[in-house]
Design a protein around this ligand. Structure first.
Ligand SMILES: Cc1cc2nc3c(=O)[nH]c(=O)nc-3n(C[C@H](O)[C@H](O)[C@H](O)COP(=O)(O)OP(=O)(O)OC[C@H]3O[C@@H](n4cnc5c(N)ncnc54)[C@H](O)[C@@H]3O)c2cc1C
Length: 453
């Protein structure tokens, strides 16, 4: 077996893992500084279509900064005038981009958009390693990162003074470093691409429609195609068998608005499941690495800001890299505070959005997002029963719930039980744990006295 010492080795100042919007924005920003050797490694395309097709107007200043605005503007994206949603009620209401500071948004061909970014990186003397895959990472010492990788199918080592993880929400790199990724939900998209009938006219807006088991969206993209995506939780999607094309079509037919837009359209990409979890990396950077884009914080597509957010954080992350390479590295702390503050705001606005839907308060998807904490964290357990077959919570899967029950002790305050559990399972957010404890109290598996607020 080849070790990192025996593999062919290439050296750079900075290696970026992932050539999505975050990685490309980071790479293009670094190349504004003369003499920095930057390489970007990416798996390359596994499918011609990448999900995430609505670009909000806020991307314009970012593309301006990267000196790509005019190239993008002339590249054939569809103008989008906003969105309409059947959300709090089953009637569609609109939101018009024209009232925002940067005017209209766009319906994107994502692959084309990312090729534009990657080509600009290449033209400006960035090194592109594609198809490439990072398998592992070692830190030999300060400023000496070694990645084990495959490039064009050949094993190699990539040496870098600094590493940028732009590997997306499923990226494994930061976890290998020391990061805990906290997952706030198990949202997935069951996404299909459809060819619209010739000469059909579809309004150039993204359309969103809430349903009892989640929500659907559809967005027109160039070349007469429509992206149609069902958003729900992974377990609900599995129970609905939503990834089977026939079943997906049956569910689509039961929508009120999205089915009308997709009328007469045929699949050009069959439904496939993609992760859309909201996640936060607890430690966004280290002495010689930083995570950017979805790798550091990923948002629910309902926010429709994933791409600009990823690009903004890619640009921001390079300041951390430059500070580590050329100054004292203190910016890492500011970056961490910014990421955490921004994510708190995002979670509040996500909650406000979901709370607008009260039609299906008892349905699993909505209950998970709209439940409120009514259990006093200072309340003490008076009794706790053994795990039984009817033990259940909408907030934690059964094996985890059993573990939660095990850490609860009579006389102990609720918040202490929650803390012990989070110490053992750091990927679960505090709020979910308290809500699961509340379910245990409501179902009689645990008793606390006079403490439901
Ligand atoms: C269903 C859905 C719909 C969405 N809709 C929208 C939308 O309409 N508008 C919007 O703005 N945002 C949308 N988003 C969000 C948006 O797609 C993401 O926020 C954005 O892609 C994040 O960019 P990124 O560069 O951080 O990560 P990614 O785009 O995920 O890029 C990561 C890259 O890293 C590569 N990579 C990962 N690990 C490795 C490795 N070990 N070795 C080599 N390469 C690796 C991957 O191949 C990939 O190319 C949507 C997301 C989902 C799931």
């Amino acid at each position: 077996m080849m070790t990192s010492k025996s593999r062919p080795s290439r050296s750079y100042d900075v290696v970026i893992v992932g050539a999505g919007p975050a990685g490309c924005a980071a790479g293009l920003t670094l190349l504004k500084r003369a003499g920095v050797r930057v390489a970007m490694i990416d798996r390359g395309r596994t499918s011609s279509w990448k999900v995430g097709e609505s670009l909000s107007p806020g991307v314009r200043p970012l593309l301006d900064y990267l000196q790509l605005w005019s190239r993008y503007r002339d590249g054939g994206s569809l103008v989008s005038f906003g969105s309409e949603a059947a959300w709090g009620t089953d009637q569609l209401t609109g939101f018009n981009f024209l009232f925002t500071p940067h005017g209209n948004g766009w319906g994107l061909d994502r692959s084309r958009f990312e090729s534009l970014l990657l080509n600009a990186f290449r033209e400006r003397d960035g090194v592109v390693l594609q198809p490439g895959r990072v398998i592992g990472v070692e830190r030999e010492g300060p400023g000496r990162m070694v990645l084990s990788a495959e490039v064009d199918g050949q094993p190699c080592s990539l040496r870098a003074k600094f590493l940028i993880d732009a590997g997306g929400r499923n990226g494994m790199l930061c976890r290998k470093m020391q990061g805990t990724r906290v997952g706030f939900d198990d949202l997935v998209g069951v996404a299909a691409l459809m060819d619209l009938p010739v000469n059909s006219v579809v309004a150039q807006v993204t359309q969103v429609e809430a349903v009892p088991y989640g929500w659907w969206y559809s967005a027109p993209i160039p070349d007469g195609r429509l992206a149609v995506v069902l958003m729900t939780d992974a377990d609900i999607a599995a129970n609905l068998k939503a990834r089977h094309p026939q079943r997906w079509l049956e569910l689509l037919k039961r929508t009120r608005h999205v089915r009308q837009r997709a009328a007469g359209a045929d699949f050009c990409e069959m439904p496939r499941v993609v992760s859309a979890r909201s996640t936060l990396l607890q430690q966004p950077s280290g002495e010689d690495w930083v995570a950017v884009g979805d790798a550091v914080a990923s948002h629910d597509p309902l926010s429709s800001s994933g791409i600009p957010h990823a690009m903004g954080s890619g640009i921001h992350g390079t300041l951390v890299a430059a500070d580590a390479l050329f100054a004292n590295g203190e910016l890492a702390r500011v970056y961490a505070e910014h990421i955490h503050g921004d994510f708190r705001q995002y979670m509040q606005s996500r909650r406000r959005h979901y709370l607008q839907v009260s039609r299906w308060a008892d349905h699993l998807f909505w209950k998970r997002r709209c439940d409120t904490i009514r259990l006093d964290p200072a309340a003490k357990f008076e009794s706790i029963s053994e795990a039984s077959a009817d033990l259940a919570s909408v907030h934690l899967a059964k094996p985890r719930l059993n573990e939660l029950l095990k850490v609860c002790c009579v006389g102990q305050p609720v918040h202490e039980a929650a803390r012990s559990f989070v110490d053992a399972f750091p990927g679960v957010p505090d709020e979910k744990v308290i809500l699961a404890l509340q379910d245990l109290v409501f179902s009689g598996h645990a008793v606390v006295r006079n403490t439901i607020r």
